[in-house]
Design a protein around this ligand. Structure first.
Ligand SMILES: *[C@@H]1O[C@H](CO)[C@@H](O)[C@H](O)[C@H]1NC(C)=O
Ligand SMILES: *[C@@H]1O[C@H](CO)[C@@H](O)[C@H](O)[C@H]1NC(C)=O
Ligand SMILES: *[C@@H]1O[C@H](CO)[C@@H](O)[C@H](O)[C@H]1NC(C)=O
Ligand SMILES: *[C@@H]1O[C@H](CO)[C@@H](O)[C@H](O)[C@H]1NC(C)=O
Ligand SMILES: *[C@@H]1O[C@H](CO)[C@@H](O)[C@H](O)[C@H]1NC(C)=O
Ligand SMILES: *[C@@H]1O[C@H](CO)[C@@H](O)[C@H](O)[C@H]1NC(C)=O
Ligand SMILES: *[C@@H]1O[C@H](CO)[C@@H](O)[C@H](O)[C@H]1NC(C)=O
Ligand SMILES: *[C@@H]1O[C@H](CO)[C@@H](O)[C@H](O)[C@H]1NC(C)=O
Ligand SMILES: *[C@@H]1O[C@H](CO)[C@@H](O)[C@H](O)[C@H]1NC(C)=O
Length: 847
């Protein structure tokens, strides 16, 4: 019996560490019994209706006390006797409910969703301005307990902005397939499957719990690239079920709409937003939705962008399009988030027009519409003028709308930032935008104060975070990426929150109290965005990823001549977008004068945005004193070296983190270290090739430890010219002669006897499971499969390119001079076991 109990206990522990509970694990704290004096005898939740967030708060407190202190505390819905008598209690409810129940407290006036927390010994009062606020207060109290921060405190907390939404880009996927997620890297949709809403919404409820704890108040559940099929009667019923599981967590549901639905679903011959029949159709749909979901948050609309239909189709303004929906939801208190991501790249020609610039589009489309949007419309603006790049200046649209509500769109899912296969802790990047001072009318005008509504006295505004969680227990595909989701909520509540403090709260809640774990994850995460920028795109040139496919691996050539208007204008002498007013696209002139003046000249533009604003020779000297090209080379070497360190840093935590999460993270960090080298070499090779300017330090195109596969003795393997050329060392890989055959590559090693790290660079396409084996001197060193597409989750590539390039390393292999190194590749289907090179590295060297 004891054995069985022990086993169950163990099972419980293990099951809890698959990531599903995120930062809400309520793991036992060290010396929990010492704090038993701080645990109340009972929980009083002042509303016991099942769908009430106050009721949820009571249950959550109970769960927390059980997990953290192993103590079962009863829930009551009434205050018995006077406060302080008849045992200690934690009381949770709204300020009003507390007063109605006879409670007396000197609560400062609270903003919408705000709360007041009063902790005194084993007694606590958690009072919200509304029920949602009370739940937030309960989560705050629990977060403190779970971090061992057990002390008396009395304070109020109010949100900086009313809108703190999440956007999921989930598709309904008709035709028998699971709901896919645009830019999702952690499994399938938790909401949709085969064209409809999943029957079991357990995960949706668990997601709502996580989001409520970070004070997110609404989730738009379907992709901004929406489909009219969302609005069938059956699906509207399903959506009501989603709203039902959100409601106890104080989360409202929102929907993305497809602009042409009246035509494609309603059977009308138009979707003109001013047509009476179209208006009636949308009002009818809206009524039907609110009948099912009376507290629906509202709509999100992407119109006239990237092929989406919209009001411009009928020569109507974007404001007329937005107001159509605004009028429909207005009687219900609903909000319309209207995306400012509108551009028409077809009008841009890079070759013909030096002044062509997609970055100009948002202000051009929306600037003149200021004041024309209804009061319940919020224009949702991506943080930068292009598209979630590794570094962008703040979108100038924030400083061009004074009589219009605005929200900032941040991307938690790492579309252009390593797709959760590279660690990138995002708050430091987000803060570069939120803290940016636009100097509107020469007055302080932080982006965070503009979107909160403070700067221009707007009632609505705030935050939209694109967070594409999926069915994987890790939610985002990576345990470490969850800090971004957590931090998003914290920053939307208080944009002045410190990136390190947020991270450390998250780390303690997610991984426990070990100071070494805390220190290591802090160091690694805080270093991660600068590092990613170093080995991808520097100086504001953008991420330099493949713009045509996947947005994942390196492909700098795709950044020019593409039809998306995302360009670098790199030629053999110079690089960068000339966005000056005097000679370029005039984009700099979209900022208020003080900022515009700064960005107009290379001398006053910060180095990290130089190539965003200026077209300069590769030999241009930065403020740092380095040339642009040498800066590229050095940064890529430095960034890739830091990524190697992450593996060692993480390995130092072995035994300090549960095995399941330790291994999951380690696997990704090893992968990242290899892919960082792919990035380094691709970008350096590409610009060396373009400019012909050698690296001062002699590293670029000089790899003494490498043996190119194409230079080995090949049997059944044929040389293959890789495209883009820079994705393969020496521009060439080898592939098996046919789809089913075996290839061998052999070479005699001429190295002093000793121990070496053997690194093999190969390509794992998102098709097939090729197999490789490596042997040295007749002894097998290892074998592996091309199965990363089932594990990593980044955008799949069926090609031999910068997305599929990767590395496996075998450490401390004993090699004798003259040993034969042999790799055997077994193709599988269309995956021809591609091989790039082998590095025979003295221990400690990485190349
Ligand atoms: C209790 O919660 C329900 C559901 O949220 C709500 O309708 C009701 O008004 C609440 N009761 C009180 C007394 O606040
Ligand atoms: C919407 O879904 C239907 C059914 O799967 C499909 O035929 C149609 O092409 C989709 N429309 C858009 C705009 O994606
Ligand atoms: C998908 O839904 C259709 C009906 O819309 C149904 O006929 C089909 O069996 C479903 N497929 C799967 C795999 O559930
Ligand atoms: C995520 O889920 C998918 C589909 O269920 C699975 O194939 C994959 O291995 C999971 N990925 C990770 C990183 O756990
Ligand atoms: C929109 O306006 C343009 C130019 O005024 C005109 O050529 C076009 O026919 C109009 N389109 C519609 C749908 O009214
Ligand atoms: C841009 O103009 C050039 C030169 O006239 C032409 O060859 C090219 O096709 C145009 N590109 C686009 C995308 O229209
Ligand atoms: C000014 O613009 C022209 C293209 O019109 C470009 O060739 C030139 O390099 C630019 N000059 C500077 C100093 O940026
Ligand atoms: C760049 O690549 C081209 C085409 O592969 C080649 O002809 C040229 O020699 C390379 N230049 C440098 C500097 O490597
Ligand atoms: C491999 O298989 C694919 C599809 O089955 C085919 O298109 C391709 O030509 C084959 N390649 C070789 C080298 O046989």
């Amino acid at each position: 019996m004891f054995k069985l109990l022990l086993f169950l206990f163990f099972l419980g522990l293990v099951a809890a560490e698959n990531g599903l509970d995120g930062w809400l694990r309520y793991a036992p704290i060290p010396f929990a019994h010492k704090h038993h004096g701080h645990i109340p005898d009972k929980i009083v939740a002042l509303n016991s209706t099942e769908s009430s967030p106050v009721n949820t708060a009571g249950l959550e407190l109970q769960k927390g006390f059980k997990g953290i202190f192993d103590k079962r505390v009863k829930i009551d819905d009434r205050i018995h006797g006077r406060h302080g008598k008849g045992g200690s209690s934690v009381i949770v409810g709204t300020v009003e409910q507390y007063a109605n129940a006879g409670g007396k407290a000197d609560v400062p006036s609270l903003g919408n969703d705000g709360f007041w927390l009063d902790i005194c010994g084993s007694t606590a009062r958690i009072l919200g301005q509304n029920e949602r606020g009370a739940l937030y207060g309960a989560f705050e109290y629990l977060s403190r307990l779970a971090q061992g921060k057990i002390s008396d405190d009395t304070f109020a907390s109010n949100p900086d902005a009313p809108i703190r939404w999440i956007n999921q880009w989930d598709n309904l996927n008709e035709g028998g397939t699971h709901g896919s997620i645009e830019r999702g890297y952690g499994g399938y949709s938790i909401f949709f499957d085969n064209g409809t809403i999943v029957p079991d919404l357990t995960r949706a409820a668990q997601y709502a719990r996580l989001l409520a704890s970070i004070r997110v108040n609404a989730v738009v559940v379907n992709n901004v690239n929406a489909n009219y099929t969302l609005l069938t009667e059956e699906n509207m019923d399903g959506l009501a079920r989603i709203a039902d599981v959100f409601r106890p967590w104080g989360i409202q549901m929102g929907l993305s709409l497809y602009f042409a639905s009246p035509e494609e679903l309603g059977g009308l011959d138009t979707f003109d937003p001013l047509d009476e029949r179209v208006i009636a159709w949308w009002h009818d749909i809206t009524d039907k939705l609110y009948k099912r979901v009376p507290d629906m948050a509202g709509y999100l609309v992407k119109a006239n962008s990237e092929g989406q239909p919209g009001p411009l189709t009928y020569n109507r303004t974007l404001a007329e399009g937005a107001n159509l929906f605004a009028k429909a939801v207005q009687p219900y208190g609903g909000v319309v988030m209207f995306r400012a991501f509108v551009y028409d790249s077809k009008t841009l020609n890079q070759t013909l027009d030096w002044r062509a610039d997609r970055a100009n589009a948002a202000v051009e489309y929306f600037g003149e519409l200021d004041g024309k949007f209804d009061d319940n419309v919020v224009v949702q603006i991506k943080y930068g003028p292009i598209d979630f790049q590794v570094r962008e200046p703040a979108s100038p649209l924030f400083a061009n709308l004074f009589e219009t509500n605005t929200a900032i769109e941040l991307q938690i899912t790492q579309e252009y930032l390593g797709q959760q296969c590279h660690v990138v802790y995002l708050p430091p990047l987000w803060r570069t935008i939120l803290d940016f001072d636009m100097r509107v009318d020469q007055k302080p005008s932080l982006v965070s104060d503009i979107v909160s509504g403070k700067r221009f006295n707007r009632k609505l505004g705030g935050y939209a975070g694109v967070a594409n969680v999926g069915t994987n227990t890790t939610w985002l595909g990576s345990h470490l990426a969850m800090s971004n989701l957590y931090a998003y909520g914290r920053l939307a509540w208080d944009p002045s929150s410190d990136s390190v403090e947020i991270l450390q709260d998250w780390t303690r809640l997610t991984f426990g109290f070990d100071p070494k774990v805390l220190h290591t994850i802090t160091k690694l995460s805080m270093d991660s965005w600068p590092t990613y920028e170093k080995y991808t795109g520097n100086l504001g040139i953008q991420t330099l990823t493949d713009i045509l496919l996947g947005h994942y691996g390196p492909n700098p050539a795709s950044q020019d001549g593409n039809p998306w208007g995302q360009w670098t204008r790199a030629d053999s002498d110079s690089i960068g977008m000339d966005r000056t007013v005097w000679n370029g696209t005039r984009f700099a002139g979209q900022y208020p004068s003080e900022v515009a003046e700064l960005y107009e000249h290379p001398e006053t533009t910060p180095d990290d945005l130089l190539l965003w604003f200026h077209h300069v020779p590769y030999t241009h000297r930065l403020h740092s004193g380095k040339t642009v090209i040498q800066h590229f080379y050095d940064e890529h070497y430095d960034g890739a070296a830091r990524a190697q360190d992450y593996v060692h840093m993480w390995k130092s935590l072995r035994g300090r983190i549960d095995k399941e999460r330790y291994e999951h993270v380690l696997h990704r960090l090893i992968y990242q270290a290899g892919h960082a080298l792919v990035w380094r070499d691709s970008i350096n090779t590409f610009y060396f090739n373009k400019s012909g300017i050698p690296d001062d330090a002699g590293r670029v195109a000089n790899h003494p430890y490498r043996i190119e596969a194409e230079d080995m003795i090949l049997g059944g393997y044929l040389p293959y010219a890789v495209s883009p050329f820079e994705a393969a060392s020496g521009a060439t890989a080898v592939v098996t002669a046919s789809n089913s055959s075996t290839g061998t590559a052999e070479v005699e090693l001429k190295v002093p006897d000793g121990k070496y790290d053997l690194a093999v660079n190969y390509f794992d396409l998102a098709i097939g499971r090729s197999e490789w084996s490596l042997s040295v001197g007749g002894r097998e060193v290892g074998r592996w499969e091309g199965d990363s597409e089932y594990v990593l989750g980044h955008a799949p590539s069926p090609y031999i390119d910068g997305h599929s390039a990767m590395r496996i390393t075998f450490e401390n292999v004993w090699v004798r001079n003259g040993d034969k190194l042999r790799i055997v590749g077994q193709a599988d289907g269309e995956e021809p076991a591609p091989l790039d090179y082998v590095s025979v590295l003295p221990v400690g060297v990485v190349d």
